[in-house]
Design a protein around this ligand. Structure first.
Ligand code: GDP
Ligand code: MG
Ligand code: ZN
Length: 290
């Protein structure tokens, strides 16, 4: 028996990465009877002689789009320009990642497009206390890719962000052996081809893995309670105990230490304002539901 990771699944067969090798396996019949479908990213125990998956270890998380389990790290890609950064989306992705025990990091791409560094610095400033490592890169010129590669964390990494920010370009750069479709922003409608393809894990030489299909939905955020959101904001930690109300949402409550810290410039203002947007979004969605 050996332990490996499913890196691909097609037509009932699963490619399992085991000690540097790939073994095509079938799952034991019992899984189907139990209604369990193995997923890409699953850690499995394999009977190597028969190439049979005997057991699937408990998943730490699982996602539908792309359909993959056990994600460790999420690279949130924003571009300085074309398209302009959508930091509300980035914040929601940070939240969705942390809710699912995924470690987020921020990748600022297309730095070749700005002459003035201040646009990059503004994004970095916004996330300086978020606890997310931040990388500046240009997929076009190759800047910062080596550093990103060296600091890519162990386990399985996936990338998310708006369309056109350079996720596919980045995966191609990090894993150049397999070329994937890099879209032109203007021809984004030619989707069909890509959506039917199944997800695959790309194994880097040292065993770290990338999800080949970018994506990671922030929809899960809708399920969170408004009072839970703050638990995922590292920025607030030093202040929350000093708020007058123990259940302070740092929203409309008086004598709120978080709001005071924002006023004093100790917590980045934009990031706080987007936190409020998220709280209001959640409240609105809940009103619609009831
Ligand atoms: N100038 C510039 N363009 C880039 C860079 N990275 C990607 N692009 C371009 O941005 C467009 C969208 O890239 P793509 O990787 O398809 O984005 P995705 O939708 O996030 O997967 C393509 O035309 C890329 O050539 C970069 O670092 N600099
Ligand atoms: Mg793409
Ligand atoms: Zn407060």
């Amino acid at each position: 028996m050996a332990t490996g990771v499913i890196i691909k699944g097609v037509g009932g067969f699963y490619d399992v990465y085991l000690n540097g090798d790939v073994l095509q396996c079938i799952p034991r019949g019992k899984f189907r009877k139990q209604g369990i479908t193995p997923m890409v990213g699953d850690v499995v125990e394999v009977n190597t002689r028969d190439a049979v998956i005997e057991s699937i270890l408990p998943r730490k998380n699982q996602f539908r789009r792309p359909c993959v389990a056990n994600i460790d790290n999420l690279g949130i890609v924003v571009s300085v320009k074309h398209p302009d950064p959508d930091l509300l989306l980035a914040d929601k992705l940070i939240l969705a990642a942390r809710m699912n025990s995924v470690k987020p990091f921020i990748v600022i791409n297309k730095i070749d497009l700005v002459e003035d560094e201040s646009e990059i610095e503004a994004i970095e400033e916004d996330y300086r206390l978020s606890g997310c490592p931040i990388f500046r890169i240009s997929c076009k010129e190759g800047t910062g890719l080596e550093e990103l590669k060296q600091r890519l964390y162990g386990g399985i990494t996936t990338f998310a962000g708006q369309s056109g920010v350079g996720k596919s370009s980045l995966i191609n750069r990090l894993y150049p052996d397999v070329l994937r479709e890099v879209g032109d922003i203007s021809s984004k409608t030619k989707r069909g081809r890509h959506t039917t393809r199944s997800v695959e894990l790309l194994v880097l030489p040292d065993g770290r893995m990338l999800v080949d299909t970018p994506g990671f939905s922030a929809l899960e955020v809708d399920l969170i309670q408004p009072e839970e959101v703050q638990l995922y904001y590292d920025e607030f930690i030093p202040y929350v105990d000093k708020c007058k109300f123990p259940k302070c949402l740092h929203y409309r409550e008086p004598h709120c230490a978080v709001k005071e810290a924002v006023q004093m410039g100790e917590i980045p203002k934009q990031r706080y304002q987007r936190y409020i947007r998220i709280i209001e979004d959640i409240n609105e969605k809940r009103r619609e539901r009831w």
